[in-house]
Design a binder for this molecule. Structure first.
Ligand SMILES: Nc1ncnc2c1ncn2[C@@H]1O[C@H](COP(=O)(O)OP(=O)(O)O)[C@@H](O)[C@H]1O
Ligand SMILES: [Mg+2]
Length: 347
């Protein structure tokens, strides 16, 4: 109690281990946070590119990303630890995700020409919906709704851990109602063209329902293994999102369950008020799994990732070898090849 309001100054130290990915605005590194007495913690460091750091508007976006998502503590959101500054360089320290992006998972499926089971797609999408529902309805310490909108829901921003958890990251262009919005002047430069709602691509008012539309695009791609929108040229891109009718989902995803078909149609409605909330979106996906007696679970996703990425798969735990399973010691019992093959529909 005596310590109320006391300021503890701490100059954190980080050791960069290796580059993980170079994004549009920043580079992400695997790093270690170093503390006293040999304390270390594996973290990720996101460092804004020099040329953006020099422009106040972009630097502000980077700072806002950290400030906005700092308190979004949720199992399906990549957790931010700290916004740091060394000289004029800003960085974000955050939870290090060992795994792959949803982009890589979709690409791998395309490469193998094997569809994802609807239950697995529904599991992944439902967890992203939980993350969005949390951000959309988040209230700050004073109880104020912040009305956070992510605005960049896309496969590259959904991370899948080797042990089967799903985390939404990159709140780089997210916005709260209470914030000045640098995107207001240049809407087309923000977000990924093929994952934008009609109102976002037109530079109009964007709220949580825009994220739901983007989630619809992502779910479509998960199930169809092909992107819903593909036009690169701006006018054509606007046309396919804003004007063209919603494509016939069943034609692109043969055999799609009626409830998922209806869900996709609703989420992809041009009119925001026809779309479900992120919470309802997630509930329909969960119900789909229950009705089909299919569990979408971390265990299943883990086994799936183990099968699809045998060379890079590195789970955080390693179970003791099961007797009588010679030659399979590297895999945990819950990802034994027989199960893996069954999940992939290979047996
Ligand atoms: N916390 C993290 N742990 C591991 N890899 C990450 C993490 N955050 C991002 N990445 C990787 O870096 C890429 C770019 O990060 P992101 O935050 O999406 O930045 P950008 O704004 O450049 O898109 C991601 O697609 C992912 O591959
Ligand atoms: Mg990104």
């Amino acid at each position: 109690m005596d310590n109320d309001g006391r300021l503890i100054e701490y100059a954190g130290q980080f050791r960069v281990i290796q580059k993980v990915a170079r994004g549009g605005m920043a580079t992400v590194y695997e790093a270690e946070q170093i503390g006293p007495s040999g304390f270390t913690k594996q973290i990720a460091l996101k460092i804004i590119h020099d040329r953006y750091a020099k422009q106040a508007e972009w630097l502000q976006l980077f700072i806002d990303e950290a400030k906005l998502s700092a308190n979004l503590v949720h199992g399906n959101i990549v957790q931010i630890y700290q916004l740091g500054q060394v000289d004029n360089e800003f960085f974000i320290a955050m939870e290090f995700i060992k795994g792959v992006t949803l982009r890589s998972l979709i690409d791998r499926h395309r490469q193998l020409a094997t569809p994802m089971t609807p239950a697995l797609g529904a599991y992944i999408a439902s967890r992203v919906c939980r993350a969005l529902d949390f951000a959309h309805n988040f209230v700050d310490r004073g109880g104020r709704r912040l009305d956070i909108v992510h605005r960049d829901v896309s496969p590259g921003n959904v991370l899948l851990t080797w042990d089967g958890h799903v985390k939404l990251g990159d709140f780089g262009i997210a916005k709260a109602r209470t914030m000045a919005d640098p995107a207001a002047q240049r809407p087309l430069m923000m977000g990924k063209k093929h994952y934008m709602s009609p109102e976002q691509i037109l530079g109009g008012h964007v709220d949580s329902r825009s994220d739901v539309f983007a989630m619809g695009i992502v779910l479509f791609e998960l199930l169809a293994l092909q992107p819903l929108f593909t036009e690169d040229e701006t006018e054509a891109a606007i046309d396919e999102v804003v004007v063209a009718p919603v494509p016939d989902v069943a034609r692109h995803i043969p055999g799609i369950d009626a409830s998922l078909d209806a869900l996709l149609r609703a989420a992809l409605s041009k009119a925001p008020d026809q779309r479900p909330s992120a919470a309802d979106f997630g509930r329909v996906l969960d119900q789909f799994c229950v009705q089909h007696r299919e569990t979408g679970s971390p265990e299943r996703l883990q086994a799936h990732l183990a099968a699809l990425f045998p060379d890079s798969y590195r789970p955080p735990t390693e179970a003791a070898p099961v007797s009588g399973m010679t030659g399979q010691q590297g895999l945990s019992p819950r990802s034994r090849p027989s199960l893996v093959r069954r999940i992939l529909g290979l047996d």
